[in-house]
Write a protein that binds this ligand. Structure first.
Ligand code: FRU
Length: 565
């Protein structure tokens, strides 16, 4: 009896294993038949191999296509492919491998065939010691720019550039999270997926309070770049507060004439009584207008001869802001690009005037919103409460974003910042003040830094702040009032070995005198703000254990533990 049971068990195991053996009709090409029994197909990923192109097929019809680094000789992690949603019993995965070691023989020995399996659940429990406590991260997979952010009925919606099939950039899709307080985020189902027009690059969303588009009062309209054979702009609407979107039948809605043509940001222009859209086109910004959010008229371009032109311009934003203490308002144009003084990606800005048609400025200098290395793709929430302009950035840099030492997820957002404009020395500058919601995160006062905390330093004069751990890894913050400079040095901050451009001493100009610094420490980041929001430096750090020691010269520190710690 025992023997029979044993034999049956062997046969059963063989049957499941057999189902995973692919047919290999030619070099680089595998076909895997799936009899659907579970919700997900778990796919084993090896980060160091090339992407394989997967088509999910049923009855000769392509249901989905995406790229995934299927494991050749070791499994780094799994990603879930939702196979239940197609409602089919039989599916075929048609997989094209590229690069070396992809002959028929090589493919037969691939590790992935042993690992692919079906499951009704996917374990999203946190396995990363660097996952931030109070910064937004995707539950798994790669994330870059924040997209489509809007506020409605007490909820902040954050969409983001997401790869659902791995922790490196690929398969751009809009992931979605919501929050009541800009700090605690809840993951929502995928919002917008790639289609025949392309993958879904960055863009924005607006709340159509006056029903100008005809989808109903309070409908949400999203605008994004379809990254296909060329980059074009498409649109989708939502009548369930941004949970699901329906793409417009006549997409794309804006077609351009150059390859880098993307990242539409739409906003209601109260003064002009029209909608405006601004997008990045090569190294300039193009501005459009519309009355119904569907037909767009080109108005003008801005950029030639202004600011930093070391790379393409990306992810614009345009908004009217108060100039502190003056009763005057000016327009801020945000332009994310490479050429940051510390190297790589950063957020430059221009302050000027805008009449709904043309943006003008007499700004001569190149100005950056944050002088740290990890503050990119900054944009603001539409429809913010009390007219607030709350910004979030992607807390990374294209120089090394794909190799930072995390795997279950890659990249977080910055803490939320309220934007305004201030005057200093005859010039106008963008202010970034930590949003008031962060105050609610302050827990008890503690003597030493914790892995997630806020350090407040009341400044007396020249100040030096050393945040370190018992291993001697440290972040050095220095304020020099004479030269009006703030420094944050992460050369010895922990693991910096994964990329040559990671070690850095970042420096920011100081506008006026800093009276107090607010330093936001989370498991893999340090954001240093002048409390008045006039200078900011954001940097990632990967210490081998949390910083638990603090030395301050020239100032007095108070530390608040953060989150639930
Ligand atoms: C900026 C960016 C955008 C683009 C997106 C693609 O980081 O390059 O211009 O839409 O990322 O993921």
């Amino acid at each position: 009896m025992k023997r029979i049971l044993f034999l049956t068990a062997v046969l059963l195991v063989a049957a499941t294993a057999l189902a995973q053996i692919p047919q290999i009709p030619g070099n680089g090409h595998a076909m895997l038949k799936i009899h659907v029994t579970g919700r997900y197909l778990l796919l084993p990923v090896q980060e160091s191999v090339n992407n394989a192109a997967v088509q999910v097929i049923s009855g000769g019809e392509q249901l989905q296509s995406f790229n995934v680094r299927l494991a050749a000789d070791k499994v780094d992690y799994y990603v879930p492919l939702d196979i239940a949603r197609f409602g089919k019993e039989e599916l075929l995965l048609d997989i094209m491998f590229r690069g070396e070691r992809t002959s028929r023989n090589d493919l037969e020995g691939y590790e992935c065939w042993k690992g692919i399996r079906q499951s009704d659940s996917f374990d999203t429990g946190n396995r990363e010691r660097f996952r931030p406590v109070y910064h937004h991260t995707p539950v798994y997979g790669w994330m870059n720019d924040p997209n489509g952010m809007f506020y409605k009925d007490g909820l902040y919606h954050l969409y983001y550039q997401w790869n659902p099939y791995g922790s490196q950039w690929e398969n751009m899709t809009w992931g979605h999270s919501v929050s009541r307080d800009l700090i605690h985020w809840e993951a929502m189902p995928t919002a917008i997926e790639p289609d025949a027009l392309g993958t879904i690059f960055s863009g924005s969303a607006v709340v159509d309070n006056a029903n100008t588009a005809g989808y109903g009062r309070g409908a949400v309209m999203a605008f994004y770049t379809s990254a296909g054979r060329n980059q074009t702009q498409s649109s989708a609407f939502s009548t369930d507060d941004g949970k699901t979107f329906t793409k417009l039948p006549d997409n794309p809605v804006i077609v351009g004439d150059i390859p880098d043509f993307r990242d539409p940001k739409v906003f209601w222009n109260e003064d002009a009584g029209i909608w405006n859209l601004i997008l990045a086109a090569g190294q300039e910004m193009r501005i459009y207008s519309s009355r119904n959010l569907k037909e767009w008229k080109y108005e003008s371009s801005f950029g030639e001869g202004y600011g930093c032109h070391q790379g393409v311009w990306e992810c614009p934003d345009l908004m009217k802001l108060d100039v502190r203490g003056t009763g005057v308002q000016k327009w801020l144009l945000i332009c994310n690009t490479s050429g940051l003084p510390a190297g790589g990606s950063g957020t430059q800005y221009f302050i000027g005037d805008f009449d709904g048609h043309r943006f003008t400025t007499d700004q001569k200098e190149t100005l950056w919103m944050d002088y740290g290395k990890d503050h990119y793709a900054t944009v603001t929430f539409d429809n913010g409460p009390d007219g607030r302009k709350v910004a979030l950035a992607w807390m990374s840099n294209w120089q090394y974003a794909g190799v930072v030492p995390t795997m279950q997820f890659r990249s977080a957002n910055s803490v939320p910042r309220d934007l305004d404009i201030f005057e200093y020395g005859g010039g106008l500058f963008c202010g970034s003040t930590p949003s008031k919601e962060l105050l609610a995160m302050r827990g008890s006062k503690v003597k030493q830094p914790t892995e997630a905390c806020e350090i407040i330093v009341d400044i007396k004069d020249a100040t030096s702040i050393v945040l370190s751990n018992p291993k001697g890894e440290k972040v050095i913050i220095e304020y020099n009032p004479k030269d009006r400079k703030l420094f944050v040095d992460r050369n010895l901050s922990g693991d910096t070995s994964f990329h040559k451009d990671f070690p850095a001493r970042t420096v920011a100009p100081v506008h006026g005198v800093i009276k107090q610094l607010r330093i936001f420490v989370d498991r893999c980041s340090v954001e240093v703000f002048d409390s008045e929001g006039k200078t900011v430096i954001t940097n990632l750090v990967f210490p081998s254990e949390p910083y638990s020691l603090l030395k301050v010269k020239g100032g007095k520190a108070t530390i608040y533990a953060y989150g639930n710690s």
